[in-house]
Design a protein around this ligand. Structure first.
Ligand code: ADE
Length: 245
């Protein structure tokens, strides 16, 4: 899996790429990340990559030329490849989209800045506009990191155990059950007895119930789309009648 990140601020990515699982995946050769500095494709003595908006108004707009040339410099001949523009106007990123992107061989991420990117870039070069949520960031770089983090951990070989990605919150449409580690008592709170019992079936049912309960309490909207078994439906029925403590 390869990411090409087009940005005016490549240095923002250095500690992110060093310190995370993604950094390890890069070292192991499972994920390849190339940073492309858009400013290197700007022209003139001052290498200007942005300009005032036609029609007037606040702020600056990223010029189409440097982005387009930066994009042309990226080798896109090696398989399934998608050009993504990070923008608050895009499709909202979620686990389903993370899986879709993880099946690509190459994802090119264009990080916008200033007041936005010239509209003709969206129209002529972009396959997908993607937002990480309903808020406005000062640039697409942090959004690109979110996307690379969530997508690359789904790529086989990145996490080590494929199971761990599948057990995450959202994988079956539910929030994850609570987790505990040592010590057994912390600030007067004990670890639930069942988790110490060694009875795998009881632990499985406890965890599934906790997962359903948490989803019901915090994100009932997720239950409408979740993949629920007959057992889940039974547990949910009980939880709805008498929410357990
Ligand atoms: N750029 C600015 N805000 C953004 C957002 N919410 N998602 C993706 N890119 C952005």
């Amino acid at each position: 899996m390869r990411f090409d990140v087009l940005t005016l601020f490549p240095e923002l990515f250095s500690s992110f790429l060093k310190e995370t699982i993604l950094g390890r995946a890069v070292k192991a050769g499972v994920v390849d990340i190339r940073l492309v500095n858009i400013r290197s494709f700007a022209r003139g003595r001052h290498l200007v990559a942005d300009d005032r908006p036609f029609g007037g108004g606040e702020g600056m707009v990223m010029k189409p030329g440097p982005i387009s040339r930066a994009l042309e410099s990226v080798d896109r001949t090696k398989g399934r490849s998608l050009v993504v523009l990070l923008t608050p106007q895009g499709r909202t990123f979620d686990q389903t989209l993370a899986w879709e992107l993880s099946r690509m061989e190459q994802v090119v991420l264009i990080c916008g800045h200033y007041e936005g990117v010239d509209e003709r870039i969206r129209a002529s070069c972009v396959d997908l506009e993607l937002s990480i949520g309903d808020y406005v960031l000062s640039g697409g770089e942090t959004a690109a990191m979110v996307v690379m983090d969530a997508v690359s951990r789904l790529v086989p070989g990145v996490l080590g155990g494929e199971k761990s990605a599948q057990e995450d919150s959202f994988e079956d449409g539910l929030l994850e059950y609570p987790q505990y580690t040592r010590p057994r008592v912390f600030k007067n709170q004990e670890v639930p007895e069942i988790l110490l019992s060694g009875d795998h079936e009881k632990i499985r049912v406890w965890r599934r119930t906790a997962s359903l309960k948490r989803t019901l309490e915090r994100r009932p909207d997720l239950l409408e789309k979740a993949k629920l078994t007959e057992e889940d439906k039974r547990i949910l029925g009980k939880l709805r009648k008498k929410p357990e403590k």
